[in-house]
Design a protein around this ligand. Structure first.
Ligand SMILES: [Zn+2]
Length: 128
């Protein structure tokens, strides 16, 4: 069996690794056979941990630090990449590192002041 992700609704489900492309297992979520990513779970019953954390002062809504450490699937290499991401609001610091765990190659290294990183995702704000 292989673990696959639906390209349409990103539901994770299992399918046979040798099924013909015209008779693929349909996504249980939306019925699509289009797949975003698949990983072979036969060879090793691996679990890929992915940890998300938030530090938040008492009584405050906004976390002063949040981050993610773990593995994420890469569409480019079709493998799992190790990834660490930290948004440190207290020190105004942003960091993202992506490493290929097989080759040890650093795929992405980004470290910059959080101010520079504004404009991405939820940080979108008008300048005036
Ligand atoms: Zn789906």
């Amino acid at each position: 069996m292989v673990k696959v992700w639906c390209n349409n609704c990103k539901t994770e489900y299992e399918a046979k690794s040798d099924e013909p492309s015209d008779r693929r297992t349909k996504c249980p979520g939306c019925g699509s056979t289009s797949r975003f990513f698949s990983v072979n779970v036969v060879a090793k019953a691996l679990t890929y941990p992915d940890l998300e954390y938030k530090g938040r002062p008492e009584g405050r809504r906004k976390p002063f630090i949040k981050g993610k450490i773990g593995y994420e699937p890469s569409t480019k290499t079709q493998r799992w990449m190790w990834r660490e991401q930290v948004v440190d609001r207290r020190n105004g610091h942003y960091k993202k590192v992506v490493i290929d765990p097989v080759t040890g190659e650093v795929i992405r290294f980004c470290e910059e002041p959080l101010r520079k990183h504004q404009g991405y995702g939820s940080a979108k704000k008008k300048m005036h």
